[in-house]
Design a protein around this ligand. Structure first.
Ligand code: 5AD
Ligand code: FES
Length: 362
């Protein structure tokens, strides 16, 4: 006989079948899952949320992911590239408002002058913040020498979503060519770990062709890779992308939302002390989506501090929230938002992954 959700939740660890069962939990069962994940969060990371001020500095991208609104082939995307002054200005805002950390995110590029530009920006962000701002970067696939250069310049955390742990599915949502290679992406995660970064990955939830088994395997892969951080969110279709063709096969947005909360809760129980971000895409579906994620196990929020006039153009998916706000508005709004979850904000702190600290002190 198969196990009940209660029985599964009494265990210390979950196998694939357990995770699938938890993902399929009904309303009453899922509240039990959330109760347990909230307890684990409280015990292993505390009821403290850390900010990462998100600077989406450019939507120029060499890649062509089939789901992404800023893919190279989308000629309708309005391309922009912030100036160094605008990027440093945003970092200063984060520093002055005691966000503790920033994330630099942009479309994927690889060339010498780009690598050098990022290196200089990292050093400059460190300089203007007296070395106090923590820096996460999310700049895609690069060679090991580049990862090391950026690490030496001051970045200490890196986010690179694997997008899906199912290699077949990976090639249904990416073109199959040498620019989009699943094995290379996995290898990049290992490069990042070797280079000394706190390494984060994640997946999209509710993709066309994706199964419950795939999602369970996503969690098991994160465990196997021993990642320090995770950012995962619902897939949201974008009209100007090839994957839009499959929109009628998708589960409703609300279901994708609930499934994301379940994924966060399960991952929190399985990997106890990692950092888990409340993805902005959750807020595109539910106005208090990120707050709900914090309640069930997430401990990181990435307030957008990109200058407002560019926000509309970093449209990975549609209905992106807060594109008409400026960074100041977000600061006030977020304080109120975190307060309603009952957690506090770790102002001025890096909020590093406890998992990383434990992993590297062994
Ligand atoms: N829906 C949801 N998430 C998306 N991303 C890109 N396009 C979409 C979309 N249509 C996510 C990817 C990427 C991250 C920066 O944004 O997971 O890694
Ligand atoms: Fe830019 Fe996927 S489309 S990295």
């Amino acid at each position: 006989m198969s196990k009940s959700v209660e029985e599964i939740l009494l265990q210390d660890d979950f196998n694939k079948e357990d995770i699938v069962r938890l993902l399929k939990s009904d309303k009453i069962e899922r509240n039990k899952l959330y109760k347990k994940s909230a307890e684990i969060k409280s015990k292993y990371v505390g009821n403290l949320v850390h900010f990462r001020g998100l600077i989406e500095f450019s939507n120029v991208c060499e890649k062509d992911c089939l789901y992404c609104g800023i893919r190279k082939s989308n000629s309708d995307a309005n391309r922009y590239n912030l100036s160094d002054e605008e990027i440093i200005g945003a970092a200063k805002f984060a520093y002055e408002n005691r966000y503790g950390s920033v994330v630099l995110q942009g479309g994927e590029l690889t060339n010498k002058s780009y690598v050098g530009r990022i290196e200089n920006l990292l050093k400059e962000i460190k300089r203007v913040s007296n070395g106090e701002l923590g820096i996460t970067i999310s700049l895609g696939e690069e060679d090991e020498a580049t990862y090391k250069r950026w690490f030496d310049a001051g970045a200490h955390r890196y986010l690179l979503r694997i997008e899906s742990s199912n290699e077949d599915l990976y090639y249904k949502i990416h073109p199959k060519d040498e620019m989009h290679n699943y094995q290379n992406r996995l290898e990049c995660l290992k490069r990042l770990q070797r280079s000394g970064y706190q390494t984060g990955t994640g997946v999209m939830i509710g993709l066309p062709f994706q199964t419950y088994d795939d999602l369970a395997n996503d969690i098991l892969l994160m465990k196997e890779l021993d990642i320090d951080m995770c950012g995962m969110g619902p897939y949201i279709e974008h009209t100007d992308t090839p994957l839009y063709e499959f929109k009628d096969t998708l589960m409703p947005l609300e279901e994708r939302f609930n499934l994301t909360l379940k994924m966060i809760a399960i991952l929190r129980i399985v990997m106890k002390d990692i950092n888990i971000a409340a993805a902005t895409a959750l807020q595109a579906i539910d106005k208090i989506g990120r707050e709900k994620a914090i309640k069930v196990g997430a401990n990181i929020i990435m307030p957008n501090i990109t200058p407002g006039k560019y926000r509309d153009d970093y449209a990975l998916y549609q209905n992106k929230p807060c594109t008409d706000e400026e960074a100041d508005d977000c600061a006030n709004c977020l304080e109120a938002r975190v307060n309603i979850t009952g957690d506090s904000i770790g102002y001025g702190e890096w909020g590093d992954s406890n998992h990383f600290k434990r992993r590297t002190s062994k």
